[in-house]
Design a protein. Structure first.
Length: 542
């Protein structure tokens, strides 16, 4: 019987002891003496003269109230115009947004109330108990961790989550494993600590397992200048910047290699609920309705690494954030990991942020407890449909602007995927001639439609720019084109910003990351037109 099945059949075990991964910094952390007093705070008969707490009578907020959208504000039917016209309805008031009021009083009316007395006071790094309870329910029902003593802990968003995790696990001079292309702030956060990334080649599911095994098996400390990495940073869903998503089988393969080489996985997963399925032609979309039943929808999502079929040892630190599902300004997220790591991360939190901001915690906790688990899941479903419509709109607009040839990928990174390769559409001529010219014209860029997240990743074919020199300085073409686009009024992400190895970005394969998460349909349409004109000029395809 496989290890996974054996684990499933048996009673859930506790996480194994992985404390040998802790960094010197993390081991040296003691409990903050003042925070150590906090465990007495809940006692009703306690007269506290110990802490430097301001009396809540001096908090100028008597209550905080707000209007929150209702969980089913966004339809489950894929209907782009509903979202894009919402500004119009709001402006003219003909279809008002449906809201529910939430209010946080300073003092409790019942014992379970979220109050400003507590939320705005000094507290522990574990955050508001009501929020913790909601988060635990979410993790238990959705991610379904494999071991019994999994623990959650609030943080101030995944950037902070990774920042704290990397210094808790790595010493200066060490390396960590990551995807070849990755989230730049994760690199910028670890670099000043002298902790550097080692990229692993990717394909349409993200990190390639055979490449990971090769890297670890062939690691030569004397050549690399540091010991074999024992930490991985990965973005497995709607990967930033490439948009790819890793399925269960690949996750199991990667996990098994991490068990074999004793590697801790830090799973940064902000786009988990923005899994939207494949991109299809307009006509096919009606038949691709989202699963209306929340449970079927949740079980259709690629599972987290912490799920019972994968992380049976407790070697994954999962990072969740409310940035993409509620609002980035909430600066709120949470870890799910083994209790030993959670305790060390808590120690790191209590001497830096102390705890996430009380305004954000109380508002989000009140919103979530008002919506309840079912309401939040319904909200998330609605968001997934919104992002799907946005992705479809952008890809449709690119297909309008360019001639797109559809093929099955043959390169190692896109093997077997549906690849769209764009060439310039001729501007004038008879339709027969246009077709002929379009067919014969050169490739400008290629893409694989993403199935999750917020980004479309373009591979530019600079080899088709007249006068292209293969030995030109790396990234020069990419930046030249990027500047031309910026000057023409369209700002997109230059691929080089996302390279895990800044030295090794290939000059031929320039890349751009386009976010479909923010702009209006009108702006997308304008931007794609400008993109088309600038590209035609750059590739001299008039
Ligand atoms: C992979 C990844 N991690 C983290 C973040 C930032 O998350 P947070 O706002 O929670 O710090 C982003 C946002 O762009 C991201 O793409």
């Amino acid at each position: 019987m496989s290890q996974y099945l054996t684990e499933k059949v048996q009673e859930k075990r506790k996480a194994i002891d992985l404390s040998h991964h802790l960094s010197d910094l993390s081991r040296a952390r003691a409990t903050s003496p003042l925070k150590g007093l906090a465990r007495y705070f809940g006692r009703p008969d306690l007269i506290s003269l110990a802490g430097g707490m301001p009396n809540e009578a001096y908090f100028p907020f008597a209550a905080i109230s707000g209007d929150a959208l209702v969980p089913d504000s966004f339809s489950l039917a894929s209907n782009q115009s509903e979202s894009s016209l919402s500004w119009f309805w709001k402006l003219f008031g003909s279809r008002k947004e449906k809201t529910t009021s939430i209010s946080i009083p300073k003092y409790p009316a019942t014992k379970d109330d979220i109050t400003l007395k507590v939320a705005l006071q000094y507290g522990t790094a574990t955050g508001l108990p009501q929020l913790q309870k909601f988060i635990n329910e979410l993790v238990e029902k959705i991610y379904q961790p494999a071991y019994s003593d999994w623990t959650t802990l609030v943080q101030t968003g995944n950037t902070d989550g990774w920042g704290r995790a990397v210094t808790t696990l790595c010493n200066p001079g060490e390396a960590f494993i990551t995807e070849d292309w990755t989230y730049p702030s994760a690199l910028a956060g670890s670099a000043p600590h002298g902790i550097h990334p080692v990229g692993v080649l990717m394909d349409d599911q993200g990190m390639r397992s055979e490449e990971l095994r090769k890297l670890l098996a062939e690691w030569d400390e004397s050549v690399r200048g540091c010991k074999r990495p024992h930490v991985m940073y990965t973005v497995p869903v709607g990967q930033n910047p490439t948009g790819v998503t890793m399925g269960l089988d690949r996750k199991k393969e990667i996990y098994d290699i991490c068990v074999e080489y004793d590697v801790i996985i830090v799973e940064d997963d902000p786009y988990y609920f923005l899994q939207m399925g494949s991109y299809g032609a307009k006509l096919d979309r009606a038949s691709q309705a989202m699963h209306a039943d929340p449970e079927s929808w949740l079980s259709s999502l690629a599972p987290s690494y912490v799920k019972y079929v994968i992380d049976y040892q407790g070697r994954v630190i999962r990072l969740d954030t409310f940035s993409k599902t509620i609002a980035p300004g909430s600066r709120l997220g949470f870890y799910t990991c083994n209790p030993r790591f959670a305790e060390r991360l808590e120690r790191a939190g209590e001497v830096s942020t102390q705890a996430p901001c009380g305004f954000g915690q109380s508002l989000i906790a009140q919103l979530l407890t008002t919506w309840k688990y079912e309401g939040y899941v319904r909200w998330l479903q609605g968001l997934a449909v919104q992002y799907k419509s946005r992705r479809d709109f952008l890809l449709d607009a690119l297909r309008e602007e360019f001639h797109m040839q559809v093929s099955v990928g043959t390169t190692s990174s896109w093997k077997g995927c549906t690849v769209y390769t764009a060439s310039a559409k001729p501007k004038t001529g008879s339709s027969r001639m246009l077709e002929k010219r379009a067919y014969g014209s050169k490739a400008l860029f290629s893409l694989v439609p993403p199935t999750s997240g917020m980004f479309v990743w373009l591979k530019l074919h600079f080899e088709n720019v007249p006068g292209f020199q293969p030995d030109e300085e790396p990234n020069t073409m990419e930046m030249k084109l990027w500047v031309k686009l910026a000057e023409a009024g369209v700002l997109i992400g230059p691929g080089r910003y996302f390279a895990s190895d800044q030295e090794d970005a290939s000059p031929v394969d320039g890349h751009f990351r386009i976010a479909f998460s923010y702009a209006s349909e009108e702006d997308f349409t304008k931007a794609v037109k400008i993109f088309g004109e600038v590209l035609r000029e750059f590739f001299q395809e008039q």
